[in-house]
Design a protein around this ligand. Sequence first.
Ligand code: S3P
Length: 442
Amino acid sequence: MQPLQSTATATLGGDIVAPGDKSISHRALLLSALTVGQTEIDGLLTAEDTLATAAAISALGAPASYDEAGRWHVTGVGVGGLSAPEGVLDLGNSGTGARLLLGVLVGHPLSAVLTGDDSLRSRPMARVTEPLSRMGARFVCADGGRLPITVTGTADPLALDYRLPVPSAQVKSALLLAGLSAAGQTTIIESKPTRDHSERMLRLFGANVSSETEADGGKRITLEGQPELVSPGSLTVPGDPSSAAFPLVAALLVPGSRVTVGGVCINALRTGLYESLSEMGATLEFALTGEACGDSVADLHASASALRSVTVPAERAPRMIDEYPILAVAAACASGTSRFEGLDELRVKESDRLAAITDGLAANGVTVEGDADSLTIMGAGGPPPGGGTVVTHGDHRIAMAFLVLGLVTRRPVIVDDGSTIATSFPGFAELMGGLGACIARP
Ligand code: S3P
């Protein structure tokens, strides 16, 4: 446990670059492993989660490493070409790494054991193992269908036609990756569209993936199985909008601040937070700079703003699923009562985020009510009292969100463990320090 404390800051200012997008980084590693030959990747997130995925594909026979300049090199073996690993594949804290890898392994006639840390071993895996079993793979799971899991794949998986019971890009992606090895078309229907990086990147690697909008607003995604995947040779991973959210919200809250985060992926299925902040009256500007990994990229500018409350409807949840902790912090400082609905998936993230947000805000003098799947936050209309210690339950986004809160509260905020920030945003405290924030050991 490494506690961290943040203290009220006079003003924040400067230009930074967001770390590489975590979702796209996992997909870049896995797809590079599934093409024959070398792929060079710039901008890839080098953090504990993605290092775990890189170690897993290396153990499966597709070596992935990075050089002094931070450029990654992956030597792929083609779809179906991975080989049995010698030891257990430990995906650490990474739900994306574990679930997507289970999908990849379905089309490989080998057995592998996947595990993770305490948090990952408590997260639901049946959402992927159940549909992947229908494709012909076998899974032996710990109690409750959780990790550790032994997966045994097959050389001839069956194509699948499946409607996602929960909106989850991880489940969708696991099924698409498994569908690569199946003869015929794999079709996934999602009633609430989720991040589509897998679809975009599969196309970049030469797969035939189509996506149609259904009458009810959902999506039907169809993948032609057994494509000849071809590496684009080199890729640049754009910055992570979920990580950029922390310095940008900090700039909105600390009076007199102006911060730019450059090179951020602005995939429309990731920008629900920014829509919500705009509805709250935030001064946020987007300046498009180009494209990377099939997504638009922009520099994002945030200036201190007087925020008002917001109601975030359930339909928006998949487009801002990782951003509720930091939006809750913004709502705690806004004027009026905010309400976030449709949060049941927050219960099964790196922690029970609905409970962690409620407890963390209450510990810092914010009036908050959480029920089964919603949050109501009474904004202080300025800096809340603070002075509390936040139990992060090993959750990086809870830690970063509450460290941002402490930059404006009347008394410092302590998070019980900042070490998990390294899973997605190594150097967070130093980068924030460069903007003028006071984040240090208590
Ligand atoms: C992710 C999908 C989301 C998100 C996670 C990353 C991905 O999870 O919360 O941080 O890369 O596909 P779910 O698919 O479980 O909603």
